[in-house]
Design a protein around this ligand. Structure first.
Ligand code: SF4
Length: 281
């Protein structure tokens, strides 16, 4: 049995939240660099160069790359032979988020009540935490600082089997088209197919945690990702919605079995500030 101290997780999660906001992943920056080479719109090219410069300034000066420092979303892989001593994993993560956001001067973006809009006393928490139990004694914490603008343009639809792959594609493309500039492109388009209503949304979110450029292991699904990427980039929305070839830098699909009468599809859009970090203990 591996024992990990509660306070150690709090400290590490606090650092993770700051790293996510200050340092854009190399996978995302390298996708911007590649897009600079292929982007035909001069404005689109300039914006991509600005995004690279913005990411560098954020890392060097340890300031957030965007004013929207996001909702903290976690996917936790918790080994069944791993014991958290001193509290629960959920409390440790929430305490880490509060500390990381407060100490790092990151914007407090959570309202306590979605209807009255009063601000939570607990700084930028509660986080959204998904826990997956695993064999072994490892604790792996994946964190995303998920932007609100791109989340707002995300969508879910319960299609029927009769809609087929064409129906799935149409819904995905319509969602991206409706988002236009509001999801802060260039986008990472996360797609969940199957499961049920809530599982499908989770799959779409989970797909966004995969590194940019890493396709689904199934060749058929990987091909669908590539086809959708081509269709999306032919829309001409472009960087920041000002036109161009780079509406998306990646399309990711996760899929699972579903009911014989159902074909759930969720599209979770992520903006150019595609921030995810990982911690292993
Ligand atoms: S959606 Fe993303 S890029 Fe747009 S404001 Fe929010 S965090 Fe920033």
């Amino acid at each position: 049995m591996k024992v990990i101290a509660y306070d150690h997780i709090v400290e590490q999660v606090a650092k993770l939240c700051q790293e996510a906001n200050f340092a854009l992943g190399e996978d995302v920056i390298s996708a911007f660099r590649q897009a600079v080479e292929t982007e035909r719109s001069p404005i689109g090219k300039d914006i991509l160069l600005d995004l690279i410069e913005n990411a560098n300034i954020a890392t060097e000066n340890r300031v957030p790359m965007c004013q929207d420092t996001g909702v903290s979303v976690f996917i936790v892989e918790l080994g069944q032979d791993c014991l958290i001593k001193g509290g629960t994993i959920t409390s440790a993560i929430n305490e880490g988020v509060m500390k990381g956001y407060k100490d790092g001067y990151l914007r407090h973006s959570i309202v306590n009540n979605p209807l009255t809009r009063d601000k939570s006393a607990t700084y930028n928490s509660p986080a959204i935490i998904h826990i997956e139990m695993k064999a072994g004694d490892q604790l792996v914490i994946h964190m995303s600082a998920k932007g609100g603008g791109s989340e707002n343009m995300s969508a879910l639809k319960m299609l029927t089997p009769a809609d087929g792959i064409e129906g799935v594609k149409e819904f995905i493309l319509t969602t991206v088209e409706n988002a236009g500039p509001n999801a802060c492109p260039p986008l990472v388009v996360g797609i969940g197919i199957g499961g049920n209503f809530e599982r499908c949304a989770y799959l779409a979110k989970k797909s966004l945690f995969r590194p940019i450029g890493q396709h689904h292991q199934s060749p058929i699904v990987a091909q669908l990702e590539k086809d959708l990427m081509k269709n999306i980039n032919e829309m001409g929305i472009g960087p920041q919605g000002l036109g161009g070839d780079t509406t998306a830098i990646d399309v990711k699909i996760e899929l699972e079995p579903c009911h014989i009468a159902a074909l759930p599809v969720a599209v979770n859009l992520n903006c150019h500030a595609s921030r995810h970090k990982e911690l292993r203990m």
